[in-house]
Write a protein that binds this ligand. Structure first.
Ligand SMILES: C[S@@+](CC[C@H](N)C(=O)[O-])C[C@H]1O[C@@H](n2cnc3c(N)ncnc32)[C@H](O)[C@@H]1O
Ligand code: SF4
Length: 381
């Protein structure tokens, strides 16, 4: 007989409510050759059983933890790969299990190939406030190189469909340093984006992640990385988006009129969050857990009353502080100087070589520091 979740560890409520929830929806129309997120192609596991598993993970968590979300984030994968009735079922199920009275922001990631009018209208009607659209590029040549399933024209039409729904905020995700992409092409991508006037733009430098086709092509010499070219594209990103009225509040994130992503800000500020679904991470206090990265296994574990957690570690205060600095420095507001107390010498050196600057009681990356952010972060982690 399956063990009921109630018979697991006796509930012990955490004092402060958890305010940030992440849901990993691991389905994609096609796996992109550069992507390292846990995702699966096709509909085999995109089932009611999976949605029930997600909902029961929420019910279980609510038994032992005080949850009162201010932000909810549907990521993946591609949450909009769920069918309309599946989104309705999932969101309806969450609404009946969670106290959403303090909710400020509900984001979903979306791939342009998976949203038409009816789905966009439903998301709005169900209470989603922010949509993050994975456009990546407005050049069909770059989209083809990236192995995307949509054209630039389709991305534009999806953007217009979303715009018509009047969400609180729309984000466009872009990627630069796509193999073969010139500075001129990237600037055209930025200009087209600015003309469309989204509230938020995320612009990521392509990362060659291990175990991806792109990584194999890089190590096989088919693709070449050029740091100077990457830096030129990044500089142009900062200049063009700033001239277009966007504030770079984090290395890859730019917002107009204060439309920052509260959910992502919570990560960079090192706040507690709960993640649901296969491969999702949670960090509460010193404890970090990651769920099993396999949808079928995750679903079965939830159905049988077993734990979905694959790894669990207790982080030391030092590790938490190191992470806090590495993530916090990504924000243009920087961090309180006293957090650097254990690494005074390192911070002084970074100030001396012009990668950090002081703004009274805080330290933050300089413009050059933003271009070498990973190097700066590696000093602390
Ligand atoms: C988890 S994906 C979800 C969005 C949606 N699945 C899509 O691709 O349209 C979030 C964003 O991460 C970025 N991304 C994914 N893999 C990346 C990589 N290897 N390097 C840089 N950015 C990447 C893309 O801009 C993507 O839109
Ligand atoms: S980039 Fe987006 S659509 Fe492509 S495989 Fe990754 S999560 Fe899926």
């Amino acid at each position: 007989m399956p063990i009921s979740p109630k018979s697991l560890t006796p509930p012990e409520r955490s004092p402060a409510p958890i305010e940030h929830l992440y849901f990993h929806i691991p389905f994609c129309p096609k796996i992109c050759p550069y992507c390292c997120f846990y995702v699966e192609e096709g509909s085999k596991n995109k089932s009611k059983a999976f949605l029930d598993a997600l909902l029961s993970e929420v019910s279980r968590a609510a038994e032992s933890t005080h949850i009162r979300p201010k932000t909810i984030y549907f990521g993946g994968g591609t949450p909009t790969a769920l069918r309309i009735e599946q989104l309705e079922y999932l969101i309806g199920g969450l609404k009946s299990r969670l106290d959403l009275s303090m909710l400020l922001e509900w984001t979903t990631e979306a791939n342009p190939a998976t949203v038409r009018e009816e789905k966009a209208a439903l998301l709005k009607q169900l209470g989603v406030t922010r949509v993050s659209l994975g456009v990546q590029s407005w050049s069909d040549r770059c989209l083809q190189t990236l192995g995307r399933t949509h054209s630039a024209k389709q991305a534009l039409s999806t953007y217009e469909i979303l715009q018509a729904q009047d969400f609180n905020a729309l984000n466009i995700d872009l990627m630069f340093s796509v193999p073969g992409q010139t500075l001129h092409e990237w600037e055209a991508d930025l200009d087209t984006t600015i003309q469309l006037n989204p509230d938020h733009v995320s612009a990521y430098c392509l990362t060659y992640e291990e175990d991806t086709d792109f990584f194999k092509k890089l190590t096989g010499g088919q693709f070449v990385q050029n740091e100077e070219h990457d830096a030129a594209l990044f500089e142009s990103t900062m200049d063009r988006l700033s001239a277009g009225g966007y504030v770079q509040y984090e290395i890859s994130n730019h917002a107009r009129d204060g439309a920052i992503s509260s959910h992502n800000l919570a990560y960079w500020e090192g706040r507690d969050f709960l993640g649901f679904g296969p491969s999702a991470f949670s960090t509460v206090g010193q404890v970090r857990k990651q769920n099993v990265s396999d949808t079928a296994t995750y679903t079965i574990r939830m159905q049988t009353g077993a734990s979905p957690v694959h790894t669990e570690e207790t982080l030391s205060n030092e590790t938490r502080l190191r992470e806090r600095i590495a993530f916090g420095l990504r924000m243009s507001s920087g961090l309180e100087i006293n957090l650097f107390a254990p690494w005074k010498e390192e911070a002084a050196h970074l100030l001396e070589i012009g990668l950090l600057e002081s703004t009274g009681s805080r330290l933050r990356l300089t413009r050059r520091g933003r271009m070498l952010a990973d190097l700066v972060a590696s000093t602390f982690v």
